[in-house]
Design a protein around this ligand. Structure first.
Ligand code: HGY
Ligand code: MN
Ligand code: MN
Length: 412
């Protein structure tokens, strides 16, 4: 049995037109108008295929066949999915591939009336890119959010989550009731583009993900003093932005001092008061640091915090480090890795084991059930940019390995 490759490619093309911005990238920020359009489009595809959709309080979507046998009621399900939201000016495969391939698998199983021992669910996770909180939808499933948690969340445009969410027609009370009973999930598997260069360099078609990187960070805020940009000598200044810069230039050395794989990124900086002729009083930046080893994550946290305080002390500024609890690295289930490898081999595809440097909802789901991930090559290793690309044949190969893996898991 195979997926309908042309249909899947057509779906990716169609979804890739939603949220398209000048220059060819796409911006489907969670709970924006483009996100709502993508969700409506996805639900239309499900309706067209005769599939049922359930949406939970935080916006995760679950797709199933209405013809499922009553005997499967209450039997732990096999979940497969990814996300429909994107980073700003991102590409059309990150998330979309895994969400649409899972939908295609459920659609094929429904069309062929395949009888399995476990229910299968295609899942679209909400706000994976973490406009409001990293891996937001799956975090809600794993640990839930209180209304105080939700009240505190802001998006990258400075909007409050609660305002955007309610304005888009969602219900805050329901959002706080979103956890899932782990006993309802047998296993999960996610197809994704690699977002790095390893598979392309090896000339392999399938990545069997061994582990997902752990991730830490939050914000660092330097507070100095606003002054006139023309009359305040360089020696007199307490410039918050030059302090932030002095920290950021240390990131490559800090990463190298911890491990070969460690990465540290400042992706957003905001400056107050924000005028060309005022010395910056406040510079607030996001910090994202990652490593495959939990001890290295802790070392990165310490090294960045120490460096931030050192910069502030030398320049006579205040600094505040607000790091959230780190998301630990996550090991993918050995049995599911084996199934993925066997499916790839049975289809004559070359597979290799590799870790993921990107975060995925699968690292949350791995806390609830045995979880695996399948990667397909990214052209030039590019991702989180409009140039993200994966060859059609790699997409279809990946979707077929996903289908085989889902069937193997759901057969038991
Ligand atoms: O941030 C990440 O690694 C992922 O793309 N959400
Ligand atoms: Mn991403
Ligand atoms: Mn993704």
């Amino acid at each position: 049995m195979c997926v309908d490759g042309a249909r899947l490619l057509g779906d990716l093309e169609a979804l890739g037109r939603i949220g398209r911005v000048p220059g060819g990238g796409l911006t489907r920020t969670s709970f924006s108008a483009a996100d709502a359009e993508a969700r409506a489009w996805y639900r239309d595809r499900c309706a067209e295929a005769g599939l049922s959709v359930r949406v939970d309080g935080i916006g995760n979507m679950f797709v199933s066949s209405p013809d499922e046998e009553p005997a499967l009621d209450g039997v732990p399900a096999v979940w497969s999915g990814s996300h429909l939201d994107s980073v700003p000016n991102g590409g059309r495969f990150d998330g979309a591939l895994g969400a649409l391939a899972a939908l295609e698998c459920v659609r094929r199983l429904h069309e062929e009336r395949v009888r399995l021992s476990r229910p299968v669910r295609a899942v679209g996770y909400s706000d994976e890119e973490g406009n409001y909180s990293h891996l937001f939808g799956s975090s809600a499933l794993v640990r839930g959010f209180t209304s105080a948690d939700l009240e505190a969340l802001t998006g990258r445009d400075g909007d409050r989550f609660v305002d955007t969410f309610t304005a888009a027609g969602w219900d805050l009370d329901r959002a706080t009731r979103t956890t899932v009973d782990p006993a309802a999930i047998h296993s999960t598997v996610e197809l994704h583009i690699e977002q790095g260069p390893a598979l392309e360099r090896l000339g392999h078609q399938i990545g069997i993900v061994s582990a997902i990187v752990g991730l830490g960070g939050g914000t660092i805020t330097f507070r100095g003093r606003a002054d006139h940009a023309g009359t305040t000598s360089m020696a007199m200044r307490k410039d918050a932005l030059t302090a932030a810069s002095a920290l950021i230039v240390q990131f490559p050395d800090i990463a190298r001092s911890v491990s070969d794989q460690a990465v540290v990124t400042a992706g957003i900086i905001t400056v107050e008061p924000g005028a060309a002729n005022v010395v910056p009083e406040v510079a607030r930046m996001t910090v994202d640091f990652r490593d495959l080893d939990a001890a290295h994550l802790a070392a990165l946290d310490r090294a960045i915090t120490t460096a931030a305080h050192g910069v502030a002390a030398r320049r006579g500024l205040d600094v505040r480090v607000d790091f959230e609890p780190a998301i630990p690295p996550s090991h993918m289930d050995d049995g599911i890795q084996r199934i993925i490898g066997e499916s790839a081999a049975a289809r004559g595809l070359l597979g290799s084991s590799l870790p993921s440097g990107a975060g995925h909802d699968s690292q949350n789901m791995a806390k609830l059930a045995p979880t695996g991930m399948i990667f397909v090559p990214s052209v030039g290793g590019r991702s989180h940019c409009p140039d993200e690309e994966t060859a059609d044949r790699d997409i279809v190969n990946g979707a077929n390995v996903l289908l085989d893996t889902i069937i193997a898991l759901a057969r038991g």
